[in-house]
Design a protein around this ligand. Sequence first.
Ligand code: ATP
Length: 321
Amino acid sequence: DRMTPRLESVEERDSIWPRQNSLSLKEWDIPYDDLNLGTMIGKGRFGTVYRGNWHGDVAVKILKEDFLDDEHAIEAFKLEVAIFKNTRHENLVLFMGACMKPPRLAIVTSMCKGNTLYTHVHLRRDKFNLNKTTLIAQQISQGMGYLHRRGIVHKDLKSKNIFLENEKVIITDFGLFSVTKLVYDSNLGLGIPYGWLCYMAPELIRNLKPYRPTNEDLQFTKASDTYAFGTIWYELLCGEFPFKSQPPESVIWQVGRGMKQSLSNLQASRDVKDILMMCWTFNADDRPDFNKLFTTLERLPKKRLARSPSHPIQLSRSAES
Ligand code: ATP
């Protein structure tokens, strides 16, 4: 049925729509000179993000030049753009276009307002109550469930890549080159960015190689995204990273052997802790998908907010629903 192809994987999709993909990519090309670049927002591993103006406020991520070293990298970039342009969900950052002419490769998205969950939790040390934490986690699950349904693995799900705009969650940085280029130095070996390891599932950790680039060995999957989600759930609940202040070698050894961060200091109900344990399950096939996570979160008992007894109708209504 050509009208409703099953969108299982990028490879499958491209074999169905090879011509359409390259044609429709052109529609999303933004000439670099059309962008009005403003101040720099920040630098990441793969590029630099600027404020920009292109028919309104936008964020422009300009990829580092070392991505331009070969034809293969540019093709890979175009493939990422082809995937990105097909995402439409209220919890995902809005893709607006891309500069696809080397030497300037850039991705243009809507500008996220508010702070990342990382800033809320680790820098501002904001505490969210369980109701709010659950609402945030549910929105992440919905955005991620949508991505997975479209055959897209995030590969770099972390609190730094999730914005909170008022009460709304916006996930960024999905499917981009992400962790496919780890910091690797031929003298120093593998460099592990701070706060990255605790999102890595055991099967990924076990494939890290100290003395050669590991890019091809890291097989990110939907299940490894679920593991990373577990870590975000932990950050939201505890206000810190799992395995906090332990050296990378120790985290690698423990996680690789199936050990998990102890939850003995976490004051939370069984159901709340069970979500962590499900997401961090050693065997990837046994981790829940995001639809399952969404319904599990939905079933968590909600703390009733104090209601005024003078509104009995409202009370009985909510009891019915
Ligand atoms: P890493 O490269 O390790 O993922 P990072 O997430 O900090 O680190 P980038 O994704 O390159 O790196 O982001 C750089 C900065 O730009 C961060 O402060 C990030 O919060 C900000 N940023 C990224 N995308 C947007 C956006 N759409 N709107 C607003 N700010 C953004």
